[in-house]
Design a protein around this ligand. Structure first.
Ligand code: HPA
Length: 271
């Protein structure tokens, strides 16, 4: 795997853009941040050696190298999900490439269901902790190169308290309402039953989704500082549950997109 990571890093370096210092993963329906980027290169995933190809239609699947708020960034527009059939090694492969390129900070976003009854559709939730229920596989399982980091990474603070603090300050400045909470990752692709939502809430989760945790664990193992933000696209309250649909989720994400874009842009400026 190390050799493949090095080859992809070399492939990206060959575009001769300034080397990115910040990596950003944009979740379902959250691609608009790209409009704020001075783009140098766009690289479709299918042209990158060893890269998995995104199969979800709502994810456009390209790497973008450019400048945002004065920083060189590498953006993943579209991510890889376990439910698409990829292994956890494939899901987290791009994060390892980021680290190989010298990226020290990873910002991740996702669309998530709101379990906390105080949340509303299109709220932003800063992820301050997570629960990993992507149980069948773990990106750190098996023999990994020593360069990847600790065998048993500490997880007392996977989401950088410093970046959360900065985001809260920015939210104040922009008068942007922000929720904070615990993100629980499930495998999907089916949404959850009412009973599962009840259980996840009782376990202490505020939002539920099908991504993010594998990338965060991997980035954290490799010593990157991580910031995560969920967009609440549907409410998962068992008693009042409505039928979810991808169009509704995308519409809710679209409402939240300008808020997320403003937050991330300012945050990148302060790194
Ligand atoms: N469950 C899991 N993933 C999701 C949900 C949900 O309710 N909403 C958006 N992504």
């Amino acid at each position: 795997m190390l050799k493949q990571i090095q080859e992809v890093a070399q492939f990206i370096r060959a575009f001769n853009t300034p080397l990115p210092t910040v990596g950003i993963i944009l979740g379902t329906g959250l691609g608009a941040l790209v409009n704020e980027v001075t783009i140098e290169v766009e690289i479709p995933y299918e042209t990158i050696p060893h890269f998995p190809v995104s199969t979800v239609e709502s994810h456009s699947g390209r790497l973008i190298l450019g400048t945002l708020a004065g920083k060189s960034v590498l953006i993943m527009q579209g991510r890889f999900h376990y439910y698409e059939g990829y292994s956890m090694q494939q899901v987290t492969f791009p994060v390892r490439v980021m680290k190989w390129l010298g990226i020290q900070t990873l910002l991740v976003s996702n669309a998530a269901g709101g379990l906390n009854p105080a949340f509303s559709v299109s709220d932003l939730m800063i992820i301050n902790d997570h629960i990993s229920l992507l149980l069948p596989e773990n990106p750190l399982r098996g023999q990994l190169p020593a360069e990847f980091g600790d065998r048993f990474p500490d997880m007392s603070d996977p989401y950088s308290p410093d970046l959360i603090e900065k985001a809260l300050t920015i939210a104040d400045e922009l008068a942007l309402p922000l929720q904070q909470g615990v993100y629980v990752s499930v495998t999907g692709p089916q949404l959850e039953t009412r009973s599962e939502y009840r259980l996840l809430r009782q376990w202490g989760a505020d939002a539920v989704g099908m991504s993010t945790v594998p990338e965060v664990i991997t980035a954290h193992q490799m010593g990157m500082q991580v910031f995560g933000c969920s967009v609440i696209t549907d409410l998962c309250i068992p008693e009042t549950l409505e039928k979810a649909s991808l169009p509704k989720i995308l519409a809710a994400a679209a409402v939240a997109e300008p808020k997320l874009t403003a937050l991330i842009k300012r945050l990148v400026g302060r790194l």
